[in-house]
Design a protein around this ligand. Structure first.
Ligand SMILES: Nc1ncnc2c1ncn2[C@@H]1O[C@H](COP(=O)(O)OP(=O)(O)OP(=O)(O)O)[C@@H](O)[C@H]1O
Ligand SMILES: [Mg+2]
Length: 496
């Protein structure tokens, strides 16, 4: 529009340091997405093993290290690697696209990022800190002997790789939990399980093929015993037999600007308790939708991208569609946790067809499988809900035993977060969490101290009141109005 206007002068406007990093740290990475982004780099570097260690003391997680046995970097490559949007010459088969992941993922979690890498017998090390970026964008190159020693000590010490890379996050900004040892234990137990499930899902093809092993460890800085947990592949299409005869079927969508996308449309059997259906703590129904893969890595797990109106359609809980994206970066967000699909592309996905079926007939078949299971009384047998994070560990254990016996269970977590003033609580059906409004925490606690496992009696009452809603996975209009009334009644009582 204004291209024709003549320029009278041009000025260099380099990014302002502090603002840039503050913006980066708000880019919307979860811890698990940030870790996945670093694992992408390790895979691109040909690594066969990646180990993530959370170092903790009594109060907090103090550092996180991500170590691999990939091809490593020499000093020159390290400098480019540390640069924001540094030059990249990725092959189409690489997971890396933007030249940003290492930095943006790290600064979403920490204030100091160090990278130590070994290649050709030499170790090179560099460090970014938010202060240095703030000051003048100077990246510090670190002394060789200390870096060598740190590499030997921290980068897969049991394997002593000839080449490899160690990424260290210090001064963590998002991983602090105030309130003592038990709190941190509970927090870590929940966080590590979530990360394990997420990484197992995102990289399931690599893990199942045996080209990658991933291990997670929590290590107390003053104790030596720390057993690594090996991440198991979590395949969202791994059911024993299909939920509908004739399925899965291959469909193809022709996306404007992209080309032909191969898709495989699946229908899960109803009521499955398989890990591949439950996918960690979430209930399987919340995981319906598209599974976008790019170079074998999951970019998005579930959700219909506006192709179907409701991402949690109760009639489509058995429907999952694997979609293979082309190798280029097409529409993938920077943190590689989702896909932007334009309206025209959504239309094209809806018009996908193949194998004598269309996307619409596929959805009908998935709906019919769900309806048939209900008619036949095979109502999805769900794992019972048990209270989780937010309740003291001992109480959780006995509750799980009473409600689920030794069998599988789904966990309801309790968290304090900011909600609207008219809400004391809110039910988060997607993540199976009961959110309490932290603005009322003081009032609810009375004289009791705040901790991750505070007010267990009140949380347990909430659990009993609302567990059916989590099992049903949806609210009717009437039920939503009732929840609103519950909030109003409780707040009247609290404000008295
Ligand atoms: N673990 C590693 N081993 C070897 N080289 C690495 C490692 N991590 C990063 N690098 C190098 O640093 C570069 C920058 O990494 P970064 O994650 O910031 O961007 P990218 O992977 O190129 O693209 P994207 O932003 O899509 O992740 C990589 O291209 C790679 O050359
Ligand atoms: Mg990367």
């Amino acid at each position: 529009m204004l291209e024709a206007l003549a320029a009278v002068e041009s000025v260099k406007l380099a990014p302002e340091g502090g603002g840039t990093v503050r913006a980066l740290s708000r880019i919307g990475y979860d811890l698990q997405d940030a870790l996945a982004d670093l694992i992408d780099n390790s895979i691109d570097a040909g690594a066969g093993r990646v180990e993530i260690i959370f170092f903790r003391d009594d109060e907090a997680v103090t550092s996180v290290t991500i170590a691999d046995d990939g091809r490593g970097m020499d000093r020159k490559a390290l400098k480019i690697g540390m640069q924001f949007a540094g030059r990249t010459d990725h092959a189409a088969s690489d997971l890396g696209v933007y030249g940003m992941g290492l930095k943006s993922a790290s600064f979403s979690q920490c204030e100091t990022l160090s990278v130590i890498s070994r290649q050709g017998g030499a170790v090179s090390a560099a460090r970014w800190s938010v202060e240095q970026i703030d000051k003048d964008w100077s990246c510090e190159l670190l002394e060789d002997d200390g870096a060598e020693e740190a590499f030997r000590r921290l980068c897969l010490p049991s394997k002593r790789p000839a080449t490899g890379t160690l990424v260290v996050w210090d001064r963590l900004t998002r991983l602090g939990v105030g309130g003592g040892d038990e709190d941190l234990d509970t927090f870590l137990a929940t966080a590590v399980s979530r990360i394990e499930a997420h990484l197992g899902l995102v990289f399931h093809r690599f893990l199942a093929q045996g080209v990658l092993t991933l291990a997670l460890t929590v290590k107390h800085v003053r104790r030596s015993l720390a057993l690594p947990r090996t991440v198991k592949p979590l395949d969202p299409f791994d059911y024993p037999s299909s939920g509908a005869a004739g399925w899965p079927k291959a469909l193809e969508a022709n996306l404007p600007g992209v080309g032909a996308l191969p898709m495989e449309a699946h229908i899960w059997p109803a009521g499955s308790l398989a890990d591949g259906y439950q996918l960690g703590s979430r209930s399987g129904g919340a995981y319906q939708g598209f599974y976008f893969y790019r170079n074998s890595r999951i970019i998005q797990a579930g959700g219909w991208n506006d192709v179907v109106r409701n991402d949690q359609d109760p009639e489509l809980i058995l429907a999952r569609v694997a979609v293979e994206l082309p190798p280029g970066g097409f529409g993938v967000n920077v943190q590689k946790s989702g896909l932007q699909v334009t309206a025209a592309q959504a239309q094209a996905l809806l018009r996908a067809a193949g194998d004598g079926e269309t996307f619409e007939t596929y959805l009908d078949a998935a709906r019919e499988a769900c309806a048939a299971s209900k008619r036949e009384g095979r109502a999805p047998k769900k794992a019972p809900l048990v209270p989780g994070y937010g309740i003291p560990v001992g109480v959780r254990k006995s509750a799980a035993k009473r409600l689920a016996g030794e069998g599988p269970a789904e966990v309801l977590d309790f968290v304090w977060e900011e909600l609207d003033d008219e809400e004391l609580f809110s039910l988060d059906l997607t993540d199976t969490r009961l959110v309490l409004n932290k603005n009322y925490r003081r009032a609810v606690l009375g004289d009791a101290p705040a901790s991750g496992a505070d007010v267990p009696l009140i949380k347990m009452l909430f659990f009993l009141l609302f567990r059916d809603d989590f099992e049903r996975l949806r609210f009717s209009g009437k039920r939503a109005a009732y929840l609103e009334t519950c909030n109003a009644l409780l707040l009247d009582a609290l404000r008295k």
